[in-house]
Design a protein around this ligand. Structure first.
Ligand code: ADP
Length: 432
């Protein structure tokens, strides 16, 4: 304002002096022209400012005359606000990314329990789609009465365990509600499906072990009580010997179960055993000698073994896996059957150990389950031949520890082939 006034005064002074010299009408004319020029300049500056206002991110127009004093602080303020906004956005992005990276699901709810925001994990846990479910009531998503009852509590000291089924997949979720801010709520979800499964497996395992040991133990106790209660002279020597033989068998069965359980627990709890170059042909031949003795001439044996092919691994573990497959082959192959053992290198450099039998075979629905602990496809035959139901579970562990793969091909009634495929990184060649 002051600048404009002094400019007008300056023009008026100059016009007055020129008017004195050139005549008053010329002075007034100069004064009027100068004022007009001033108005035009001011209009142009106004135009420039109007353009700048449309894009405040750009620097303000230079030489905006008297407006310079106003525009410079406004621009400085805008610049500072922009920096503050960027910093805030940066922090906000960081918080959002941290919320997305949470291993747990998080859903923010307003006072009326409608969904405001959720992270990716919560979307997966609860089947939420933020685009369509935002501003929906959480009770439309979690429709179970348990959740409604839980959410309507005043305080949530304990989480709620909820079992949900989404697209055929069962999930066990732990949900915890917390209030925060001005009457908002945070719903945290944690997937405990795996933990629940492990807990069930552990309980089943304890029950199975007890059951497996209880049967032979009951038989053993029965015989011992009979022997104790009967007068010595009332038993024939042959009868006593038969009883003792049966007791011995039950005790040996319990010993076999305990020994397999110890092997399993060692495999599960110990880190990978020390790896050495193992002459697998030698390990296979030793196992074959043992099973041939067990077979007692009842089976035919065919072998195709590459003597030069060795394997980097843990010898005792590999011996146990090879022994289990061969023992099973004779136990589940009736008299007169053929057992074919092969150990060879594949075209891609990997190696395969396989045992093929012409035995009883396995029904398709049992194949995926026979490596589970204590799972038996043919209970009668397994028990009759002293099976513990743990052989293939042990084999599966050994195979996993050698980054190998087990394939089972079988036709019920006509035989099975169990093959272990070892990766080429483990293949070695005979050094002697
Ligand atoms: P088990 O001690 O009962 O043999 P395993 O874990 O070695 O336990 O095997 C699990 C089950 O798989 C067996 O009970 C049997 O029903 C089945 N099975 C294993 N190998 C064979 C095979 N070669 N032929 C037919 N069934 C088999």
């Amino acid at each position: 304002m002051r600048k404009t006034l002094s400019s007008v005064c300056l023009i008026a002074g100059a016009a007055f002096i020129l008017g004195m010299w050139l005549g008053p009408s010329t002075g007034w004319a100069i004064f009027a022209i100068a004022l007009l020029i001033m108005v035009l300049i001011s209009g142009r500056q106004h135009q420039k400012i109007k353009l700048w206002v449309r894009d405040l991110n750009a620097a303000p127009p230079v030489s905006a005359g008297p407006w310079d004093d106003v525009l410079a602080p406004i621009y400085r303020k805008i610049k500072q606000d922009r920096i503050n906004l960027q910093t805030l956005n940066y922090h906000l992005d960081g918080i959002m990314m941290a919320a997305e990276a949470l291993p747990d699901g998080a859903v923010t709810l307003d006072k009326a329990m409608t969904i405001q925001w959720c992270n990716q994990t919560a979307s997966q846990h609860l089947g939420l789609n933020l685009a369509t479910d935002q501003h929906q009531s959480i009770f439309n998503i979690l429709r179970t009465p348990e959740f409604a009852h839980y959410a309507h509590q005043k305080e949530w000291e304990q989480p709620l365990l909820l079992h949900l089924s989404q697209r055929g997949r069962e999930r066990a979720l732990l949900l915890q509600l917390t209030s925060y801010g001005m009457g908002q709520f945070l719903l945290v979800s944690r997937d405990v499906t795996q933990v629940e499964k492990l807990e069930t497996t552990r309980k089943d395992f304890v029950a199975n072990v007890s059951h497996e040991l209880r049967t032979p133990l009951t038989v053993l106790l029965g015989f011992l009580e009979t022997l104790r209660d009967l007068p010595t002279e009332s038993l024939l020597v042959e009868q006593r010997m038969r009883y003792e033989q049966m007791m011995l068998e039950q005790a040996q069965h319990m010993q076999a179960i305990v020994s397999d359980l110890l092997t399993l627990s060692t495999l599960e709890s110990s880190p990978s055993a020390e790896n050495t170059a193992v002459p697998l042909n030698y390990v296979i031949e030793q196992a074959l000698q043992r099973v041939q003795a067990l077979s007692n001439g009842q089976h035919d044996f065919e072998t195709h073994i590459d003597d030069k092919l060795w394997l980097e691994g843990a010898e005792t573990e590999l011996a146990s896996a090879v022994g289990n497959l061969l023992t099973n082959a004779i136990r589940y192959t009736p008299k007169g059957g053929t057992i074919t053992t092969s150990w060879f290198m594949n075209d891609d450099g990997s190696a395969t150990f396989s045992v093929q039998d012409t035995g009883i075979g396995i029904a398709p629905q049992d194949i995926p389950r026979i490596t589970e602990r204590f799972y038996r496809a043919d209970k009668g035959r397994s028990k009759a031949t002293g099976g513990t139901g743990l052989g293939l579970a042990i084999t599966r562990h050994v195979i996993a520890r050698h980054q190998a793969e087990l394939t089972i091909q079988s036709r019920y009634g006509s035989g099975s082939t169990f093959s272990i495929h070892f990766p080429k990184e483990r293949v070695r060649f005979a050094t002697i």
